[in-house]
Design a binder for this molecule. Structure first.
Ligand SMILES: Cc1cc2nc3c(=O)[nH]c(=O)nc-3n(C[C@H](O)[C@H](O)[C@H](O)COP(=O)(O)O)c2cc1C
Length: 341
């Protein structure tokens, strides 16, 4: 089988309306970066905060994540003078230092099950960068963290907090600590684990968001499905709503300290696409890491023959662990974008 050459097709990496991010770079190229447009002038740019958020996502920090060793040192290249935004686009980058592309060269010919190798090789006529999975790498999410961490101070000043956490790994509920034995066992088996994250936004004023296409759900879902490996997003009671009666599901109103609140939060803080003043609550399902070292079946794209493959290299046993700061900061970016509309 030969790959279909569709002609010149470029890739698209922009997100946001008033606050817009443009992501660039590759996993094993020189760098990963982001340009943020629309960040108001005269606001503090807290490099320490952005670096701290990057450090939470950084690889090589424990036995529970990929052993790739990267410093992920933030560099702000534009839009910033002495820690204050000028109003010009803000360019932020991290360089790629610990690069070993040797285990990836074969994936264009023998695509990994569960990864982007096959459709990307076909779509881009074999020209897309396969090194470290190129633009399809989880490393690209460092750009989302930088863009989101930039606006955290803007949200803090308005009393808005965003917090994401893992609630399940491989079907096991997480209470406090990560279930290290379950993760180590999956690793020993040459396997990986799926996970579930929860995210809560508190302090959003009533009435932020738009009906229909720019609803808070639409904006968050668009953002979350842009994170590689995310396969499900649900708001409030989520899919459980399908089993419920209106009398059970409706969030009834009451007064608390002079404020209108609801007795339950099955709608996840969103009605008609707008914030209703309750915490905005959603869940994100993250699939198991596709690159596992167990033998798997694939097809050799040159010969068209089925063949077995095993994958070596440094991979996350559970993507969810490092996806948490991505979910949190990207959600912060969405909220700032909605507030700036
Ligand atoms: C933080 C993060 C880390 C990731 N690490 C890996 C990894 O080590 N190995 C791997 O095969 N995929 C990893 N992925 C997932 C792939 O990038 C993703 O599954 C692939 O691009 C296919 O996209 P899809 O799963 O959204 O369909 C990671 C994703 C994220 C968000």
């Amino acid at each position: 089988m030969t790959c279909t050459q569709w002609g010149r097709i470029s890739m698209s990496f922009s997100f946001g309306r008033n606050l817009v991010m443009h992501v660039f770079g590759e996993s094993h190229g020189a760098l990963v970066g982001v340009i943020v447009e629309g960040f108001p002038t005269g606001l503090r740019i807290d490099e320490g905060r952005i670096q701290a958020e990057l450090d939470k996502r950084r690889p090589g920090t424990s036995a529970m994540v990929t052993q790739r060793k990267e410093t992920d040192q933030l560099k702000i290249l534009s839009g910033n003078i002495n820690g204050i935004s000028t109003g010009a686009p803000i360019t932020m980058i991290i360089e790629n230092k610990d690069v070993d592309s040797s285990s990836y060269v074969d994936f264009k010919r023998r695509p990994r099950p569960g990864h982007a190798d096959f459709p990307a090789t076909v779509k881009y006529g074999g020209h897309s960068d396969i090194r470290g999975s190129g633009v399809f790498s989880g490393r690209m999410t460092a750009a989302l963290v930088m863009a989101g961490a930039l606006v955290r101070g803007y949200l803090d000043d308005r009393g808005i907090s965003v917090e994401a956490r893992l609630t399940q790994i491989g079907g096991y509920a997480i209470e406090g600590r990560l279930p290290e034995s379950i993760i180590s066992k999956a690793k020993e088996d040459g396997d990986s684990l799926g996970s579930l994250a929860a995210c809560t936004i508190e302090g959003m004023p009533v009435g932020i968001g738009e009906p229909m296409f720019e609803s808070i759900e639409s904006v968050i879902a668009h953002a979350m499905y842009s994170i590689p490996a995310v396969k499900g997003v649900s708001f409030g009671a989520g899919f459980e709503c399908a089993k419920m009666r209106g009398s059970e599901f409706n969030d009834q109103y009451r007064m608390e300290g002079g404020k209108i609140v609801t007795t339950s939060n099955n709608n996840g803080g969103i009605l008609g696409g707008l914030s209703n003043g309750m915490p905005i609550v959603f869940h994100v399902a993250i699939k198991p890491t596709p690159s596992i070292s167990r033998p798997q079946m694939t097809v050799d794209l040159d010969s068209g023959k089925e063949c077995e493959m095993t994958i070596n290299g440094r991979h996350d046993p559970c993507i969810g662990i490092r996806a948490i700061p991505v979910i949190e900061n990207l959600t912060a970016f969405c909220m700032a974008d909605l507030l700036l509309r």
